[in-house]
Design a protein around this ligand. Structure first.
Ligand SMILES: Cc1ncc(C[n+]2csc(CCOP(=O)(O)OP(=O)(O)O)c2C)c(N)n1
Length: 917
């Protein structure tokens, strides 16, 4: 309910109460109420009580009981406030059709007022600084502000500073906004470039897909003014995430990809060199450049590469920004600004938009605010907005974080530029998200060979006759005498000639396909070669360093009172490092992180509950049992070490994994880890895995070394908590794109983590990580194994003698320990167990060296997963020249049974079959 609307029915005591609050502590009241009482207190209306400390009863009675002037005053105040809150519902934002009736309730009758009141003067007019004006004049002003080409949707913002700042911008600056001559010329120039570029491509490459910006060309001056205003306020780098629509135009008109490069991609005249990867279509490619803004500020611009999957790029762009903020800008958000460009249908429909919005203010994921630009062409492919969303606006998700939304008519570029400037200033001032909803239209079908009249015939009849935004603006400028017609024509012709000239050049000598330029941070690294995977680099660290880390792990700050169980954990850690030398999984993991921090490389870990660890094993952050104070012991190994940032994530996989991927593409010298609660939850982030993690190097030459820890293993916990779906990763594995590992020893895990940064290239590492094995007595490594050596891709059987062996069981991960138990219990020297610690890249050479000792033995792949899952089909493909058999669970629809007893029976059957003579 509106703040003021109930007041005419309120009891006098209520008003009196508000007034008393106003007297004692005015800041507790809304700014509107403050102003209201301010006005009334000092106005003549209340002259009888001006000296008194209470509102005289006669006045409150008048408010409550009478239909006289005072209740009308309240009605007018209510009306003003209603315009502020709901005026956007009537704003003139749609360039091609009438707005839907969204029940704004802004008629004067909605406030108990009538035409006869229009010429009366109300005190409430001072709420909009219109003392002495008639109601009609007040409404006129409100209409001009709130029903203009911008719909300001800000009424839900509770922060008083933000409210006041926005009110100033909206009610004072917007009505007087008048761009300078230079600004107008710039707007026109940018519109000209945007329109002519599309038009040129449309005529030269008829029917070729380019997902044109036509109808939404005003986006280009909007971006230009965001860059300009942002740079004036300290931004040095802009990072853009966007989809297909208008991408080529953004690349050419704002990011500075040359027209020759773009035309060459259209010409597609030579077979590109595929040794650098398989590439991507032109409207998915990224680009970086250095530009100078209109007012002469240098800025670095980056457009992130993106897949077809709408909105998937968003968290990756933000993760990238977060990394750069830390690396380059001392964590000051004011120097780097993310811009996410959305389609209206995708912004409304894709859940990841919600996930990313929810990240905005979290300590682990905040980037100091994002500017969102929605190119709202009112259609999603063929779907009208009535079928695309239940919400009034495609931007409504922004309300969860109280972000201002500026709905702008795309045919009014000056209004759009006002919104752009406001957005940049707001983001720089408050470090918070802000949205520009550029309401426009799509001139053609979804792509240029699509017929939009199949589905939106009446809309497209209107669009066919609708002039483009450049024509509209040109007419305005000419009518206002701000530019003469000749100049406008000249600009058009000159630009068209320039494009033709570039096209002629390209037709004569097309440029070769250019792969994406590497960001500077990657210069020290190189692409991998197959030989790189024959063996792993040395990754041991000295005992001194391990002990130093061990000391930090067991030391607590003065006065810190751990909970009882942690005292035990600390004691065990001490025994492991300083007495027995037998290191478990968790300590090996922490040792790996600690050793990297000591090399002054940061470690960042995120995922659900990672600080403690789902299985209560990591305890990277300890809590004081009394004060709750968090203590991250790995940050206190020695001075000048790098920092471990470990964040319990929001309950999201898709966006969080995307964020960490983005982070890892920005900083190749950091170890970035994402852990799933159980491995199968990575399903929710499958787009990130398929479209980015597995394929980014091939598509975009974008390397990264992100680590995914995916708890995996059949322990009778049912279908959802057993399998991290290794088969999916193995199916995605090709061209050395990632490491897929199922590791059995703490030392090997230690080396695998350290290897990530020891390589002169980067590869994502997918680890099927342990659950119950975290506490298995056999899952320990001697500390010596951490001080020397390297990651072991294959581990041979040290128990058997090759000549006795009749059967070799090849396995990976937890399966090993079940097989080992039988082998040891029955002292089966005729059965060798060989562990594949790394499944991909398949360590063929190393495996063959081991297998060559067992020439006359049978070879059996043993896995816990059903035969149609797990690594079996991958192994079969890798070992196709060998006669390899399989022992696995039966082919199944679901990864595991739901009954513990059946699970146990199945597990036994696997072991029995594996050891059958
Ligand atoms: C996640 C996802 N689902 C479906 C598609 C197929 N698709 C491509 S564009 C599009 C419509 C997008 O509409 P909107 O977000 O309004 O952007 P517009 O193309 O209108 O600019 C659809 C459904 C896709 N690319 N990604």
């Amino acid at each position: 309910m509106d703040k003021f609307s109930y007041i005419s029915n309120a009891h006098g005591d209520y008003i009196e109460g508000l007034y008393q609050t106003y007297k004692s502590n005015p800041s507790e009241l809304d700014a509107q109420w403050q102003k209201f009482f301010e006005g009334f207190e000092f106005s003549k209306t209340f002259s009888e009580g001006a000296q008194a400390n209470t509102i005289p009863t006669s006045v409150t009675e008048k408010i409550v009981n009478q239909q006289g002037d005072v209740s009308k005053e309240l009605a007018v105040a209510t009306l003003i406030e209603a315009y502020r809150n709901r005026g956007h519902l009537l704003a003139n934002t749609n360039p091609v059709r009438k707005r839907k009736d969204r029940k704004p309730l802004l008629a004067i009758s909605d406030f108990g007022l009538s035409d006869s009141d229009l010429n009366s003067v109300f005190q409430a007019a001072q709420l909009v600084d219109m003392n002495g004006s008639t109601l009609a004049q007040v409404i006129d002003k409100l209409t001009k502000i709130y029903q203009s080409s911008i719909g300001f949707e800000v009424g839900y913002i509770r922060d008083v500073d933000q409210q006041n700042w926005l009110k100033q911008k909206i009610e004072k600056e917007w009505p007087q906004f008048s761009p300078s001559h230079e600004q107008k010329k710039r707007i026109f120039k940018k519109l000209n470039e945007a329109v002519v570029f599309e038009n040129f491509l449309h005529t030269k490459y008829v029917g070729q897909k380019r997902f044109s910006l036509e109808g939404g060309e005003t986006s280009i001056p909007v971006l230009d003014f965001i860059f300009n205003s942002g740079a004036k306020l300290g931004v040095k780098e802009f990072v853009i995430g966007m989809a297909h629509r208008g991408r080529l135009n953004v690349l050419a008109s704002t990011i500075g990809k040359t027209y020759e490069q773009i035309f060459s991609e259209f010409e597609g005249s030579a077979i590109p060199d595929l040794t650098m990867g398989d590439g991507d279509v032109k409207y998915h490619l990224g680009y970086t450049s250095d530009q100078t803004t209109m007012e002469g500020h240098p800025v670095h611009l980056k457009l992130c590469p993106n897949p077809s999957h709408l909105e998937a790029v968003n968290p990756t762009a933000l993760g990238f920004v977060r990394a750069k903020m830390a690396m380059q800008f001392d964590n000051d958000y004011k120097h780097i600004l993310p811009i996410l460009i959305h389609g209206d249908a995708a912004n409304a429909g894709q859940g990841i938009v919600y996930e990313v919005t929810q990240m905005a203010k979290l300590p682990g994921y905040s980037v100091g605010g994002t500017i969102h630009l929605i190119i709202n062409n009112q259609v999603g492919f063929t779907t009208d907005f009535d079928d695309a969303r239940s919400s009034s606006y495609c931007t409504d998700v922004a309300k969860i974080i109280e972000a201002p939304v500026l709905h702008v008519n795309g045919d009014d570029p000056e209004a759009a530029v006002f919104a752009a400037i406001l957005a940049a200033e707001y983001r720089q001032k408050f470090g918070a998200d802000v949205l520009i909803d550029l309401v426009c239209y799509r001139r053609h079908g979804h792509n240029e060979s699509d017929e939009p009249k199949f589905t939106q015939p009446s809309l497209y009849n209107i669009i066919a006759k609708h002039p483009n935004p450049r024509e509209i603006y040109k007419k305005q400028l000419i009518e206002r005498g701000e530019v003469d017609a000749d100049l406008a024509e000249k600009m058009d012709k000159e630009f068209r000639d320039l494009l033709q000239e570039r096209l002629n050049m390209v037709k004569q000598t097309p440029l070769p396909y250019s792969t994406q330029k590497l960001d500077n941070e990657w210069f020290a690294l190189r692409k991998s070669t197959p030989e790189d995977f024959y063996s792993s680099p040395s990754t041991g660290v000295s005992k001194d360093i391990l002990e130093k880390i061990g000391k930090a792990l067991i030391k607590l700050p003065e006065g810190f009172k751990p909970v009882k169980q942690i005292e035990k954990v600390q004691k065990e850690r001490e025994e492991m490092v300083f007495e027995t030398g037998q290191i478990n999984w968790a300590v090996a993991e922490l040792m790996a992180y600690g050793s990297i921090l000591l090399e002054k490389k940061i470690v960042r870990i995120s995922g659900q509950d990672v600080q403690r660890g789902t299985f209560s094993h990591r305890h990277a952050v300890l809590r004081d049992s009394v004060t709750n104070f968090p203590y991250n012991s790995l940050n206190f190994i020695e001075e000048n070490q790098a920092q471990l940032s470990i964040y319990n994530s929001l309950l999201s996989e898709y966006a969080v994994l995307g964020f960490e991927y983005g982070y890892s593409t920005a900083n190749p010298h950091a170890l970035i880890v994402w852990e799933a609660q159980f491995g199968d939850f990575a399903n929710g982030a499958q787009v990130m895995i398929d479209q980015f993690i597995a394929s980014s190097e091939s598509k975009w030459r974008q390397m990264h070394g992100l680590v995914l820890l995916l708890p995996h293993g059949y322990e009778g916990q049912g279908p959802e908590h057993s399998s991290a779906r290794p088969e999916r990763f193995l199916q995605l594995a090709g061209e050395y794109n990632m490491i897929v590992a199922n590791i059995t020893t703490p030392a090997n895990f230690f080396h695998a983590l350290r290897r990530q940064l020891a390589w002169p290239f980067r590869k994502p590492l997918i680890v099927m990580s342990p659950k119950s094995l975290l506490r298995h007595p056999k899952v320990v490594s001697d500390i010596k194994e951490l001080t020397e050596g390297s990651f072991q891709e294959v581990i041979a059987d040290g128990f058997v003698k090759p000549k006795d062996v009749k059967k070799v069981l090849l396995c990976s991960g937890k399966m090993y320990f079940d097989l080992l138990e039988r082998q040891q219990t029955e002292q089966r020297k005729d059965v060798a167990i060989v562990r594949l610690e790394q499944l991909f890249p398949f360590p063929e050479k190393k495996l063959n060296e081991i297998l060559s000792q067992f020439k006359n033995s049978a070879l059996v792949w043993v896995q816990e997963e059903p035969e149609n899952m797990g690594a079996w089909s991958f192994i079969l493909r890798q070992l196709r020249s060998q006669n390899v058999q399989v022992v696995a669970r039966k082919e199944s629809a679901s990864p595991a049974v739901g009954y513990l007893k059946v699970h146990n029976q199945e597990q036994l059957q696997i072991i029995d079959s594996a050891f059958a003579k």
